[in-house]
Design a protein around this ligand. Structure first.
Ligand code: URA
Length: 197
C-alpha cells in the first residue's frame, strides 16, 4: 500500500472513531478531525497538541493564530511548510481548547505512531509539552521526566524502528502569541532544524 493510501486509511479510521470522547462534540459542531498535512516523505515531522476551532472547521493543522507563528518560524529558516509534515497528538478538537486528557492521548496516539512509521522522518519536532512528553516516553528516553524549560531547542538522539532519529523539543508556537520573549526563544530554537533540511 502506498504511503498516501496508508495515511488515508488512518483518516478513515479516525473519521469513524465513535468510541472517542470527542466524537459527539465533533459531529454536533460539524467539525472535522485533523489528521495531518504535508510531505509524506518529510525529513521533519512537527507534532502539536490538538486542533483548535479553525483547524476543526477546516481539517487543516495549525491554520489559525498559532499556525501563523509556525509559518513565520519556518520562513525564518527558509523551510517551506510543504516540505515538512505537521500533525497533532490528539486529532479531534477538545471542547473550549482545554488540555487533552490522558484518555484522549491514549486513544489517539497509536494513530500518530503509525504516521511516524509511514513517513519515517529523521527528526521529530514536538510543539509543546504534551507531544514532548509522549514522544520522550514512547522512545524510553532518559530525558522523559525533564521539563520543557530544560529541553527546548536540544536535539536528542534515539532509535526508531527504521533507524536513528533526533527528537527536538520546542515550545508551542501559541506561547509566542502572548509572550514576545518566547517568540525570540522559538526563533533561536528553530535554527537547529536547519541541520535536518
Ligand atoms: N494548536 C495545536 O497544537 N495544533 C493545531 O493544529 C492548532 C493549534
Amino acid at each position: 500500500m502506498s504511503k498516501s493510501d496508508q495515511l488515508k486509511k488512518i483518516r478513515d479510521e479516525i473519521l469513524n472513531l465513535k468510541e472517542s470522547p470527542l466524537y459527539e462534540y465533533r459531529v454536533k459542531n460539524k467539525y472535522y478531525p485533523v489528521i495531518g498535512e504535508g510531505n509524506h516523505d518529510a525529513k521533519i515531522i512537527f507534532i502539536g497538541e490538538a486542533p483548535g476551532e479553525n483547524e476543526a472547521k477546516t481539517a487543516r493543522p495549525f491554520c489559525g493564530a498559532a499556525g501563523r507563528i509556525l509559518d513565520e518560524l519556518l520562513r525564518s529558516i527558509n523551510l517551506d511548510r510543504k516540505e515538512v509534515y505537521v500533525t497533532n497528538i490528539v486529532k479531534d478538537r477538545p471542547p473550549g481548547n482545554r488540555d487533552p486528557l490522558p484518555v484522549e492521548i491514549e486513544l489517539y496516539s497509536p494513530f500518530l505512531e503509525r504516521q511516524i512509521e509511514i513517513i519515517k522522518p529523521s527528526a521529530i519536532a514536538t510543539l509543546g509539552r504534551f507531544s514532548m512528553k509522549f514522544i520522550l516516553e514512547k522512545f524510553s528516553m532518559p530525558e522523559k521526566d525533564m521539563p520543557i524549560s530544560q529541553l527546548h531547542g536540544k536535539d536528542l538522539d534515539t532509535q526508531a524502528s527504521y533507524g536513528k532519529i533526533k527528537i527536538i523539543p520546542l515550545y508551542h508556537p501559541a506561547v509566542a502569541l502572548y509572550k514576545n520573549s518566547s517568540k525570540k526563544e522559538l526563533e533561536k530554537d528553530f535554527q537547529i532544524l536547519k541541520l535536518f533540511i
